[in-house]
Design a protein. Structure first.
Length: 273
């Protein structure tokens, strides 16, 4: 697992965006050979999406031959609701790039048969050739997508009942009214994410510091589902300084020394200037 430590959120976001852009460019997607990208929602990827949109607008990269699969969606929330993940993705990313809407895939939390919707989602991923790069974030309790503590590390796309902590944390998006927050979601599984050929996880802010410590320094544990990334052959975490508050000094030193030697941060930050 590679861990890259950027100075702050803005540099973390630019680094991640340039990393993703280079992966797409190196793949050289065509209409018959599309790049498959897994997409997260939440606050962590906003800066990355903004930079990817800039790179697209300025002609560095195109998404015309990119297929996307989003991580999750609330159950029972209309797609037009401002807090649905459909709305989030179109507002913050898809409306700002040249992606073909037919290549966008987001789980339908209003499907008449939710189990069938989850199975079909896995089938579509397989038919697309699998996910080339899955982007993601970390929750304060170490969850990825809606794979909350206790989720199976081999899980696939399914229905998840949200924990009280997650519901309370999401209240701020629903007028601070817990009764308005959906109680279930559809989510890709930990196994779905780990099946991608490469994974990049974003982690920013002091509130995520304990989760980052567990992800890097702890053992693989279904109570901290992001820790499964330790078993991925091409797993990457990019974080800011604030998220490193709980890391052991020796751990922090190891990764900062490593990226200094490999010139990782400067390489990606300077790529599309």
């Amino acid at each position: 697992m590679r861990v890259v430590i950027a100075k702050d959120y803005d540099k973390m976001s630019i680094w991640a965006a340039h990393f993703v852009a280079k992966k797409i460019l190196d793949f050289n997607p065509t209409p018959d050979h599309k790049f498959v990208l897994g997409c997260p929602t939440g606050s962590s990827p906003l800066g990355m999406y903004k930079e990817l949109a800039r790179l697209n607008k300025e002609g560095y990269i195109s998404f015309k031959n990119v297929i996307t699969f989003n991580m999750d969606e609330y159950v029972g929330l209309p797609e037009s609701h401002p807090e649905s993940y459909h709305s989030f993705m179109w507002t913050n990313f898809f409306n700002h790039i040249d992606i073909d809407p037919k290549n966008v895939h987001i789980l339908n939390g209003n499907a008449p048969d939710l189990l069938a919707e989850c199975d079909h989602y896995e089938q579509m991923i397989a038919e697309a050739g699998g996910i080339d790069l899955f982007m993601g974030g970390i929750g304060p309790d170490g969850h990825i997508a809606f794979n909350e503590p206790g989720s199976s590390l081999t899980s696939k796309t399914r229905i998840k009942t949200l924990t009280t902590n997650t519901i309370q944390a999401n209240c701020r998006f629903f007028d601070n009214d817990v009764t308005k927050v959906p109680k279930q979601a559809l989510t890709v599984g930990v196994g779905t994410v780990m099946a991608a050929r490469e994974v990049i996880i974003l982690c920013n802010g002091h509130l995520k510091s304990r989760a980052l410590k567990k992800a890097i320094e702890g053992g693989v544990n279904h109570m901290w589902t992001v820790s499964a990334l330790q078993m991925h052959e091409h797993g990457n975490i990019v974080c800011d300084e604030d998220a490193c508050a709980d890391l052991n000094v020796s751990t922090y030193q190891y990764f900062t020394d490593k990226q200094r030697i490999e010139n990782l941060v400067d390489y990606y930050l300077d790529m599309f200037k």
